[in-house]
Design a binder for this molecule. Structure first.
Ligand SMILES: [Mg+2]
Length: 301
């Protein structure tokens, strides 16, 4: 990604796509949480097709409530804006305060990593094969926005934010690459370009192969990425993409959040169904609208 190519996208269009990415993340989270941990068959039996933001699920959410995916992304986003860039200690403090606030849902690896920080003050844990959950990549979107046009910084920040809670090769790879894919979608909203980027990446990391993927949509980062990419590349609208991915069940709030971010960046604000935008908590919608341009201003925009 070069600066001159970045400038080919107007700043207004970029800001709108970036807002759609953040809004898409929150919508995917709120939409998917209803069917988290259900199987495809259970969802079909209960909903036919799950297509609206209705709350409920194992967390007994109100319609439009978000979960840890969006909450941790907002913590990271607030810190990036407040500190004018990535500050691991400030982000970790934000995560610690969030954990102390008693969130409805916290992933096990996230909880362990945040507790380690609270006890030892370290912003990175030791390498662990067991840290292969999707908790680091699910919250990485703000880094993609804040480092737009500065790919080398994006990579450093993506890894550092992830390692506060997850230190594992596949989680690292997913964080770095998801930032790159989101940035490419913002820069060239063209699925052919994104597909060739994805295919080059798969050559280096064949375990993320996604074509015709029908395996588990679990919280294991490899399953999550494969589910997200398969749904993203095999549909053609924001709505179809989210419905397809979330109706696979499993870790549906996180797969929904991640594919929502990607689809938002590609398809833009106008493609997001109004019923989903209206259903989302108003304060979340408003914070995303305010914070997104501030994140972009940290990059080239
Ligand atoms: Mg969640």
């Amino acid at each position: 990604m070069t600066q001159s190519r970045a400038l080919a996208v107007t700043s207004l269009d970029l800001e709108s796509r970036a807002s759609a990415a953040f809004l898409g993340l929150a919508i995917g989270d709120a939409f998917g949480a209803t069917v988290e941990f259900m199987t495809e068959r259970e969802i079909a039996a209960q909903y036919g097709v799950h297509w609206n933001i209705v709350g409920g699920g194992w967390l007994r959410l109100k319609a439009g409530d978000i979960t840890d995916d969006t909450q941790m992304s907002l913590v990271l986003a607030r810190s990036l804006v407040k500190r004018g860039g990535f500050d691991a200690q400030d982000v970790a403090d934000g995560f610690a305060n969030w954990l102390k606030s008693g969130p409805l849902d916290v992933g096990n690896t996230c909880r362990r990593g945040i507790r380690r920080y609270m006890t030892h003050g370290t912003v990175e844990g030791p390498y662990s094969e067991g840290d292969g959950g999707n908790g680091a990549v699910m919250r990485v979107l703000p880094v993609a926005l804040a480092s737009f046009g500065r790919p080398e910084i994006g990579e450093t920040w993506a890894l550092a934010q992830g390692r506060i809670t997850h230190h594992q090769e596949k989680s690292d790879a997913a964080c770095v690459w998801f930032v790159r894919l989101i940035q490419q979608a913002l820069l060239t909203p063209d699925k052919t370009v994104l597909r060739s980027l994805a295919d080059r990446w798969i050559e280096e990391h064949p375990y993320f192969r996604y074509a015709a993927y029908t395996g588990p949509s679990s919280a294991y980062v490899v399953d999550t990425i494969r589910t997200v990419l398969c749904g993203f590349f095999e549909t053609n609208t924001f709505e179809d993409c989210l419905i397809r991915v979330v109706n696979r069940g499993g870790d549906a709030d996180t797969t929904g959040a991640m594919v929502g971010a990607l689809a938002g960046a590609l398809y833009g604000l106008d493609a997001i169904p109004k019923r989903w935008v209206k259903a989302l908590q108003k304060e979340v919608r408003e914070e995303i609208a305010t914070i997104t341009p501030k994140l972009l201003r940290l990059g080239v925009a």
